[in-house]
Design a protein around this ligand. Structure first.
Ligand SMILES: Nc1ncnc2c1ncn2[C@@H]1O[C@H](COP(=O)(O)OP(=O)(O)OP(=O)(O)O)[C@@H](O)[C@H]1O
Ligand SMILES: [Mg+2]
Length: 283
């Protein structure tokens, strides 16, 4: 169904005013209910691509359809698609965090009761209740990132585009954000995240785009994250467990701690027989 395709972009190119190429030859598709992660080294165009698919900048070349439409009203786009920019200072501009969180919902005239509920849920999840009356410029970097993320969530968008949402937050917050995003996804929210930190990718992605100005590879999370050579060639490390598992000869390659534990157990239970020869050869 056309409406299940949220974004369809073909041959995107973006050239910044100083001539720098942000991205080029990029095809990008997003289907309703997906969790997609865009990975790539610094300067590979992740933020540029997110700004294009968030409708905040128009591509220099190429075409993009939102919800199957060649042209979409800015209001409809802003209502449906929430975007978290990489720099929280670009988002927080009111005298207090509370006013920043109120700003978007007020623009769309969200009913008071609905806003109170979402504000409560979001501030609890992010542990920012005690920051509500502070000016954003007095927050730490991680606190700013949480407040900016809160601003996106309080709008209850059906599509979330998040640029490096975990880069400054502590591990407890990161895991809480991931749990919350996965819960939203189960409720039908479509999610795109950019990330440097490969270890979070298996926890939050069905599909992965590997970007290096153009799309180097796109595929299921396992397929991309176990291609160690391709990742290295593009300035990225495979998840730690993949390298560990490759050395142990585990099959299938685990992407997370839980998967690694299961694979190692299986290997121990089998007596590691099929691996003995290989181990002897490499001694
Ligand atoms: N406002 C700008 N003006 C000129 N060039 C820019 C601008 N913003 C980004 N670029 C350039 O565009 C390219 C892509 O940058 P982009 O910020 O999209 O990369 P990124 O993958 O998000 O990097 P990072 O991992 O550091 O966040 C880089 O070469 C960068 O220098
Ligand atoms: Mg970026």
């Amino acid at each position: 169904m056309a409406s299940d395709k949220i974004i369809e972009a073909r041959n995107l190119k973006y050239r910044y005013p100083d001539g720098t190429i942000g991205v080029e030859n990029v095809d990008f598709e997003l289907w309703r209910g997906e969790r997609v992660v865009i990975i790539g080294p610094n300067g590979s165009g992740k933020s540029t691509l997110l700004l294009i698919i968030g409708g905040l900048i128009s591509p220099t070349e190429g075409s993009i359809k939102f919800f199957g439409k060649e042209k979409i009203e800015p209001y409809e786009l802003r209502r449906k698609v929430g975007i978290l920019l990489q720099n929280p200072d670009d988002v927080l501009f009111n005298p207090t965090v509370r006013e920043d969180l109120e700003f978007g919902p007020a623009q769309i005239e969200m009913p008071e009761e609905e806003f109170k509920q979402i504000l409560h849920a979001v501030t609890q999840m992010l542990h920012i209740e005690h920051l509500l009356d502070k000016p954003p410029f007095r927050l730490s970097e991680g606190q700013k990132q949480k407040a900016a993320f809160g601003c996106v969530l309080t709008m209850k968008p059906e599509v979330l585009l998040l640029d490096e949402p975990f880069s400054a937050v502590d591990i407890e917050t990161k895991l809480s954000m991931i749990r919350h995003l996965n819960e939203l996804n189960r409720q039908g929210v479509t999610i795109v995240v950019t990330a440097h930190d490969i270890s979070v990718v298996p926890l939050i992605a069905d599909r992965v785009y590997l970007l290096n100005k153009h799309v180097v590879a796109v595929g299921k999370t396992r397929e991309i994250l176990t291609n160690v050579e391709l990742l290295r060639k593009n300035g990225l490390d495979a998840p730690p467990f993949v390298e560990f598992a490759l050395k142990l000869g585990l099959n299938p390659l685990p992407l997370t701690v839980d998967e690694a534990v299961r694979s190692v157990r299986k290997l121990i239970e089998s007596g590691g027989k099929e691996k003995e020869e290989e181990a002897n050869e490499s001694d």
